[in-house]
Ligand binder design. Structure first.
Ligand code: AMP
Length: 249
């Protein structure tokens, strides 16, 4: 079975995100970029499946600019066998990303797509679900445990109030939650080895698919500043403050 792992290049999670001067989005110029953390978890899970013998090959794919090659190299340093860059300078919304991933999954005859539950730049949490619907494949979202056996994949899902276990027929789409695993550290020798692994570039236009935006960003703004809070020592003091200071009761 071939596992396809979509990975996105995003502003590094340690960087304080700032709104671009023209209000069109988030500032990315001169900002450290990295693989989306949930996608690192997805790569780790796919590599573990191959190591256990449940998968034969792990293919990382990203849709983005030439610079996004760095996250593909990182995925290969973590253990992915090869990578595909679908090159575009446009920022695509989840529906368009799902259209592209569907085309790649079909071309690659993927048996499983293992991806992040959300990208930390736009927090959409939508691409996996749209992709599963477009492919007509079952989906196991918010995965905290994954087991592949007998042509099925069992996924423990994090839901409000606990864990739900679903059993999916393959091929399927899984989206990784935080507790699924702890991604391995890419060692220097593996980073060097990853430089020699195959990385294919496909121009997005050559796929001939619909990537038009249906969404328009009206404006992007910093959240308004919040007043500093105070700590109270007792419930009685809280009630007093709500009455006399906040005047809400
Ligand atoms: P989102 O729905 O935008 O929160 O993203 C969910 C997941 O979709 C991410 O964790 C990635 O696995 C995948 N994804 C989103 N955008 C891209 C992209 N441009 N290239 C590759 N994978 C992506």
């Amino acid at each position: 079975m071939k596992v396809l792992v979509p990975v996105k290049r995003v502003v590094d999670y340690n960087v304080k995100v700032r709104v671009a001067a023209d209000g069109s989005g988030v500032e990315t110029q001169g900002v450290k970029m990295s693989m989306n953390p949930f996608d690192e978890i997805a790569v780790e899970e796919a590599v573990r499946l191959r190591e256990k013998g449940a998968a034969k090959e792990v293919v990382a794919v990203t849709i983005g600019a030439q610079a996004a090659q760095d996250v593909l190299r990182m995925a290969m340093a973590m253990g992915a066998d090869r990578a595909i860059l679908v090159r575009t300078d446009d920022t695509l919304e989840p529906r368009a990303v799902a259209n592209v991933l569907k085309a790649i999954a079909t071309r690659e005859e993927a048996g499983l797509i293992c991806m992040g539950k959300q990208a930390i730049d736009d927090d959409m949490n939508a691409t996996g679900q749209i992709l599963a619907a477009k492919l007509g494949w079952p989906q196991g979202t918010f995965a905290s445990a994954v087991t592949v056996a007998d042509g099925r994949v069992e996924v423990a899902r994090e839901i409000d109030g606990g864990t739900e276990v679903v059993s999916l027929t393959l091929p399927a789409v899984i989206t990784a939650d935080l507790r699924l695993n702890e991604p391995r550290y890419a060692s220097l020798p593996n980073i060097m080895k990853a430089r020699k692994k195959p990385l294919e570039t496909i121009e997005i236009d050559s796929l001939g698919i619909d990537t038009a935006s249906r969404l328009t960003v009206v404006s992007v703004a910093e959240p308004s500043e919040r007043k500093e809070g105070v700590k109270v020592n007792s419930a009685a003091e809280l009630v007093e403050k709500l009455k006399t200071e906040a005047k809400v009761i």
